[in-house]
Design a protein around this ligand. Structure first.
Ligand code: 5GP
Ligand code: ZN
Length: 140
């Protein structure tokens, strides 16, 4: 039995605000509420993160994302939504049971989620760019 906080939530050993549950997945409110309605979707099978995620489990999670995103949109006056998954400590993973964050976004700059996207397109050459693609493709 996994000594994992999300497995304990699945087993009902730790309370949670569940919003959706079926045989494969559980969705519940993130305690942190980065923004109002911040929700996590997790597989019921314990998997550390994306590097261990079976394709079928990925499909089980993501096929439910649109429905839950739609429910959030109906429930709150959101204007957008970030779908985020952190993998390993360097990428801000703190709970090592795979999870997808659904983070509602309200009016621009009017929610407190400091998510920034940096454009580095002026920092590499065309050759570097192609070499990066080739490096990845070599393993697919
Ligand atoms: P990560 O940083 O691993 O991507 O996200 C873990 C998330 O789990 C955090 O946003 C944190 O607020 C949430 N979290 C941690 N412990 C609990 C808990 O016991 N209950 C709930 N509902 N959320 C939790
Ligand atoms: Zn777990």
């Amino acid at each position: 039995m996994e000594d994992c906080i999300f497995c304990k939530i699945i087993r009902g050993e730790i309370p949670s605000e569940k919003i959706y549950e079926d045989d494969e997945v559980l969705a519940f409110l993130d305690l942190g509420q980065v923004t109002k309605g911040h929700t996590l979707i997790i597989p019921k099978k314990h998997v550390r993160n994306v590097f261990d995620l079976p394709p079928e489990t990925a499909a089980e999670i993501f096929r439910r994302v649109p429905k839950i995103a739609g429910a959030l949109k109906e429930a709150f006056p959101l204007e957008g939504l970030n779908v985020i998954n952190n993998n390993e400590e360097v990428a801000s993973q703190t709970v090592f049971h795979y999870h997808v964050h659904l983070i509602p976004r309200y009016s621009k700059n009017k929610d407190d989620f400091g998510f920034k996207w940096k454009d580095n397109s002026n920092t590499y050459s065309a050759e570097d760019f192609k070499a990066r693609a080739e490096a990845i493709k070599a393993h697919l």
